[in-house]
Design a binder for this molecule. Structure first.
Ligand code: ADP
Length: 672
């Protein structure tokens, strides 16, 4: 393990636990050793008692018994002269050597050896005397004398034997006491060690628990906050022991990573939304200049560029558009003037030319003008995308960052590509729209000229016609002198045609006023029933002459607030048309009634009708149906157009239902 790693483990729970466990192991070893030692000593004591002390005492007592038996039998014989006592004596004589040898064989210590030797010497002395006693006659004086002497010797042996017994009893007592002492010491040691171990385990456990639990609680809280979406939650520095600190650091690292990723994602989503919006704006702009301004500014802001330059292919005939961050204006002028042909010619639309740092050198194919453009703009990162519409490459969009700005990511460049693709399409649409607008305004100019012309011509024609009509009237009134029938017929024709010409001029004037927007209604209270009756009265002679029956019906209250002359003109036109386009024997019916807050006038005829294919042009100026032209029915094609404009001016509608060769029905609805 390295020194650094060693340091990082300082204050770790592991180290603490290791120390605690080491102490516990030492205590366990101590208690084990104490136990084993005690049991060893104990075993040895028991063995000494069993194998030495007790058997030696037994052997000693056996020998004493043999000696006592011999002494008692000999005394009995000497005092009583009963030879039966001699049997006991003889037995003892035989047993003594074995008993003596047994005792001697058990001797271990030098003290025992000395004691046993003295004892056996005494015994041997007694046995030697006993052998002489046995030979003297019983109950003799000599026997008595021997008995006295033998008693002294025997007592000497007995004393020595008892002394040995006492020594062995002392040994047994010592062994017992030693064993008891050892038991107590061992017990004390074991209790102490157990107590120590318990205290150590409890203290170590509590301390460890305290050192781990709180930091773990903090860690759990932070993890909970993180999962709950609080992405800036962090575990405080130095949280707990090394292990928990390591986990805390890992959690913090993870949280930072998640926060960064989430921010990136949000940023990306924001950019995507902005790109979508910009794409839509770019596609729907109708002015090329506005579109270019919006696209360059939008791209620049979205991608954090210092300069955005949109240049056009040689033939596109348009100056480059540019956008620069504040303070950088003018720096991209030179690039705007550089010919982007080297990027556009032969390139596919959407081709991206990207350089992370142009200052680090460029491929030789990059023209000097382009390089100078980058230098002027202090550009570092640059990328250009070719755009176009259909198969035509329209130009190139170049984005530049200055200084040490980070280069664009793949995602950002892709986003720019999609916007630039929209730019090609939008530019095409905007150009089409602008061309169309130009055409429309030119057409409008022509129309205005035509309206002016019509108005001027009509005015100019009206004055001489009024004079012609006046003089014709005077001639027909024979003011200058009498005229013959031939001349009168000619004057009638002139008067009729003059009237037609005046009608036409009148219609043209009204039409030019409608188109110029100066045709206004001056409304008054009008009874439509009266107007219908007047029209009937005016047209009835012509209808009668053409062999067409004309009937008029009015129902209910038909009062309105309208321009009397204009509505009169509408009705007269509709009824005269119906009569004009109905062959002899046909019928024209006019009905006027009130219906749901409207006054409805229906003019129906059984005439030639209008071909279905032409009916949609019915209310356009100068329209004349093919069957009408074919039958050479006179007319200008202005009446219905004017009528339609008048009714619309009054907030009403005029509609027609017609079938060729069956008849037509015109319906006028005016709000009451
Ligand atoms: P004009 O009657 O002077 O030709 P209008 O504008 O009044 O001009 O009518 C336009 C054309 O509509 C007519 O030339 C005719 O072809 C057709 N038209 C109008 N009214 C009728 C009708 N009642 N029956 C058949 N054709 C009609």
């Amino acid at each position: 393990m390295s020194a650094g790693a060693g340091r990082s483990r300082a204050g770790s729970v592991g180290a603490l636990l290791t120390r605690t466990f080491a102490a516990l192991v030492v205590l366990i070893v101590i208690s084990g050793a104490a136990g084993i030692a005690a049991s060893e000593v104990q075993t040895r004591s028991v063995r000494e008692l069993d194998e030495h002390v007790i058997p030696m005492r037994l052997a000693n007592s056996e020998l004493r018994e043999v000696m006592t038996d011999a002494q008692r039998a000999l005394r009995g014989y000497l005092l009583t002269a009963d030879s039966r006592f001699l049997d006991g004596y003889d037995t003892a004589v035989q047993e003594f050597p074995d008993a003596a040898a047994r005792l001697e064989g058990m001797v271990l210590t030098s003290a025992e050896r000395v004691s046993v030797a003295i004892q056996l010497d005494q015994a041997e002395a007694w046995w030697a005397l006993a052998a002489q006693q046995r030979l003297v006659p019983p109950r003799s004086d000599q026997a008595v004398e021997y008995a006295e002497h033998g008693k002294n010797l025997f007592d000497g042996y007995l004393m020595e034997s008892e002394a040995l017994d006492d020594t062995m009893a002392g040994s047994a007592e010592y062994l017992g006491a030693r064993s008891e002492r050892l038991r107590r010491t061992t017990q004390g040691t074991l209790i102490t060690v157990t107590l120590l171990a318990t205290v150590l385990a409890v203290a170590g456990g509590t301390y460890t628990r305290r050192r781990i639990t709180r930091p773990l609680d903090r860690l759990t809280t932070v993890l909970g906050e993180l999962t709950g979406g609080k992405l800036n939650a962090r575990v405080p520095a130095g949280n707990g022991p090394a292990e928990v600190r390591a986990v805390s650091d890992a959690v913090n690292l993870l949280a930072r990573e998640i926060e960064r990723n989430t921010r990136d994602e949000q940023e990306m989503n924001r950019m995507r939304a902005a790109a979508r919006e910009l794409g839509i704006a770019v596609r729907t702009h109708l002015s090329v200049d506005d579109l270019l301004a919006e696209a360059s500014a939008g791209l620049g802001r979205m991608l954090g560029a210092e300069h955005v330059v949109i240049r056009f292919a040689g033939g596109a005939g348009r100056r480059a558009a540019r956008w620069c961050t504040r303070g950088a204006e003018g720096l991209c002028d030179r690039l705007a003037e550089a010919d982007p042909g080297w990027l556009i010619d032969g390139a596919a639309q959407g081709t991206v030319w990207a350089v992370e740092d142009v200052r680090a050198g460029l491929e030789p194919s990059v023209p000097e003008a382009e390089r100078r453009g980058f230098r002027d703009a202090h550009a570092s990162g640059v990328f250009s995308i070719v755009f176009g519409n259909g198969t035509e490459n329209l130009g190139v969009v170049t984005l530049m960052v200055a200084g040490d700005s980070p280069p664009w990511s793949r995602g950002e460049i892709r986003m720019a590509e999609s916007i630039v693709a929209d730019l090609g399409h939008g530019l095409h649409q905007a150009r089409l729209y602008e061309t169309e607008q130009e055409l429309v305004s030119r057409l409008k100019e022509i129309d205005d000229v035509k309206t002016d012309f019509m108005s001027t011509v009509s005015h100019e024609l009206r004055t001489p016609l009024t004079s012609i009509a006046g003089y014709v009237e005077m001639l027909r009134d024979e003011d200058p002198g009498p005229i013959n029938t031939g001349q009168a017929r000619m004057l009638d024709v002139i008067a009729r045609n003059t009237a037609r010409l005046r009608g036409l001029i009148e219609d043209m004037l009204i039409l030019s006023r409608i188109e110029a927007g100066t045709f206004r209604a001056s409304r008054t209270a009008v009874d439509l029933a009266e107007l219908v009756r007047n029209v009937h009265a005016a047209i009835a002679p012509a209808a009668a002459k053409a062999g067409v029956s004309l009937t008029v019906t009015t129902e209910g209250d038909l009062r309105l607030h309208v321009d009397r002359d204009q509505i009169d003109r509408v009705l007269a036109n509709l009824v005269s048309n119906a009569v004009k386009f109905t062959p002899s024997g046909g019928a024209v019916t006019v009905t006027a009634r009130r219906e749901d807050g409207e006054v409805v006038v229906v003019v129906a005829d059984t005439g030639i009708g209008i071909p279905a294919a032409e009916q949609d042009q019915l209310f356009t100026r100068f329209f004349r149906a093919s069957n009408a032209s074919h039958l050479v029915v006179p007319g200008t094609g202005l009446g219905l157009a004017i009528g339609h404009a008048i009714v619309r001016n009054h907030g009403g509608t005029v509609t027609a239902v017609s079938a060729q060769d069956e008849g037509s029905t015109f319906t006028v609805r005016l709000p009451a």
